[in-house]
Design a protein around this ligand. Structure first.
Ligand code: ADP
Length: 275
């Protein structure tokens, strides 16, 4: 840990500059390594469905040319692979758009409870088809300074994960609450809780890394790209919030996102009260 080296106080010591320089270099190297990893992972993720598509095209041009049932089956698989590539590219674009804006915190008041309510209504039928009951625990209005589409994406990704990995027969609860511990600014907490198989502790700190999956095959079967929680983390960061994943094998998973509560700059009610 270079940061823990004793630092002489005055310029006469001569060393502080060297220490800072080394620290910068280390973080620059780490960033560069992350970038290289990311490009390698993204290329690999795109290459896999692409190789399968090319294989099917060759088969359709050759051995399966006159085999109508085989042609139908192969075209079906090709469509799934093409959709997978589209989803991956969409997620990569979302991620880079959010990262570009990450230093600018959103300021508009957005009701997180309303977004959660909408998501439960739209995703409820899909969850039911999978034998899962999706319910909402949110009362009243819970506003945060935010970007509506991005917050919608957070709730959507977390609910989709709970449905995909939560197993069937259970319950998923989406809750929006307020936590106030004065003198700290009040927080609005979004929690998505499932009763699925849970996640082993060694995986939890890595779940928000791009392309990290506990079980790659099951993620692919479910149409996952491995970017969902990375997108969620970046959106939460942009909103100056915090993400917490709590899970244990056999005990389900709860993902919480804490956002600062919206505070009106002036008394808005003054305008709506007549007289
Ligand atoms: P994916 O596109 O694979 O769903 P995510 O970034 O959304 O990618 O999630 C990363 C991994 O975390 C998933 O592949 C899955 O293994 C695990 N995971 C996410 N949510 C849950 C959950 N609610 N229960 C169990 N595992 C989960």
């Amino acid at each position: 840990q270079l940061g823990a080296l004793p630092m002489p106080d005055g310029p006469a010591g001569g060393q502080p500059n060297v220490v800072l320089f080394l620290r910068d270099l280390t973080s620059a190297r780490r960033l560069e390594a992350m970038r290289v990893d990311f490009v390698a992972n993204a290329s690999h993720e795109l290459r896999t469905p692409l190789a399968s598509l090319l294989g099917f095209i060759e088969t359709l041009q050759g051995p399966a040319r006159n085999d109508a049932p085989a042609r139908e089956r192969f075209l079906g698989i090709m469509k799934i692979q093409a959709h997978r590539m589209t989803r991956l590219i969409d997620d990569l674009l979302s991620l880079s758009r959010i990262e570009l804006r990450e230093h600018v915190a959103p300021t508009k008041a957005v009701d997180l409870a309303r977004i959660a309510r909408q998501m439960v209504e739209t995703q409820g039928p899909l969850a039911r088809e999978r034998g899962v009951e999706l319910t909402l625990e949110a009362e009243g209005v819970h506003r945060v300074p935010g970007e509506r589409d991005e917050l919608l994406r957070v709730v959507e990704n977390l609910v989709e994960n709970a449905v995909k990995y939560g197993g069937s027969g259970g319950r998923i609860v989406v809750a929006v609450t307020r936590v106030a511990e004065p003198p700290r600014r009040a927080q609005v907490v979004l929690a998505v809780r499932d009763e699925g198989p849970g996640i082993a502790p060694e995986h939890i700190p890595r779940l928000t890394e791009r392309f990290y999956r506990v079980d790659v095959a099951s993620s692919r079967d479910q149409g996952g790209t491995g970017l969902g929680l990375a997108i969620v983390k970046h959106i939460v960061n942009r909103h100056r919030g915090r993400l917490a994943i709590e899970s244990a094998l056999g005990a389900g998973t709860t993902v919480r996102a804490f956002f600062p509560e919206y505070v009106a700059e002036r008394d808005e009610t003054a305008e709506t009260i007549p007289g």
